[in-house]
Design a protein around this ligand. Structure first.
Ligand code: ITT
Length: 198
């Protein structure tokens, strides 16, 4: 078993990530800490800021930022998903989608850091927005998101079903694969090298 510290305020994320990484032999310790979320255009920028803010934590550290993107609303709420949900809940989304396509996707960018090395891993799941909130499982936007191929929302599904296909599980399984392969920062080092030669 290897250890990893996951830093977040969100216990739902921590539970999902621990379950996904366990089969890779990675034990997850949840560290509850509020991290800066700058007004940024991309999840990657937010994750970079979060990683800067956890430099004091030793060992392998994981953070992530996620959002719900609705193309017919120009990607909204996207990087603003947390602020939007806190203030407005689901009501305005249902109203805006009365006359627009309901396609949506969740995206997660996970950032792994150890000392001065870091790497990012992305996961997405496509689906659509339901006509009303359904289910009590999960958290956040889970009650209004129906993944493609499903007839129920993430909120109506047990944790294992969501973890089978979710944005977060897909990003974090890449983290697990990289750790199990023994070179979690290898790809980053290679792509940096490639950039320098251009
Ligand atoms: P951190 O401390 O890790 O930042 P957070 O809950 O603020 O926790 P994000 O900014 O990444 O996390 O989340 C943006 C919003 O999207 C927030 O309202 C979440 O509840 C929601 N969200 C994130 N992942 C989700 C998921 O898997 N299912 C449903 N909603 C999700």
């Amino acid at each position: 078993m290897s250890d990893l510290t996951f830093v977040s305020t969100n216990p739902g994320k921590a539970r999902e990530i621990a379950a996904v990484l366990e089969p890779f032999g990675v034990r997850v310790k949840w560290y509850r800490r509020e991290l800066p979320e700058p007004q940024a255009a991309t999840l990657e920028e937010v994750v970079a800021a979060k990683l800067d803010a956890v430099r004091d934590i030793s060992g392998r550290v994981l953070v992530e930022d996620s959002g719900l993107f609705i193309p017919s609303l120009r990607g909204f709420p996207g990087v603003y998903s947390a602020h939007f949900l806190r203030i407005w809940k689901f009501g305005p989304i249902f109203e805006l989608l009365e006359s627009r396509p309901r396609r949506a996707y969740f995206r997660t960018v996970a950032g792994l850091q150890e000392g001065r090395r870091r790497a990012m891993f992305v996961g997405e799941v496509r689906g659509s927005i339901s006509d009303r909130a359904r289910g009590r499982h999960g958290f956040g936007y889970d009650p209004i998101f129906i993944p493609d191929g499903w007839d129920r929302t993430f909120g109506e599904a047990p944790a294992e079903a969501k973890n089978g296909i979710s944005h977060r599980a897909r990003a974090v399984r890449k983290v697990g694969t990289a750790i199990a392969g023994g070179r979690p920062f290898g790809a980053t080092a290679r792509s940096r090298g490639a950039l320098k030669t251009r």
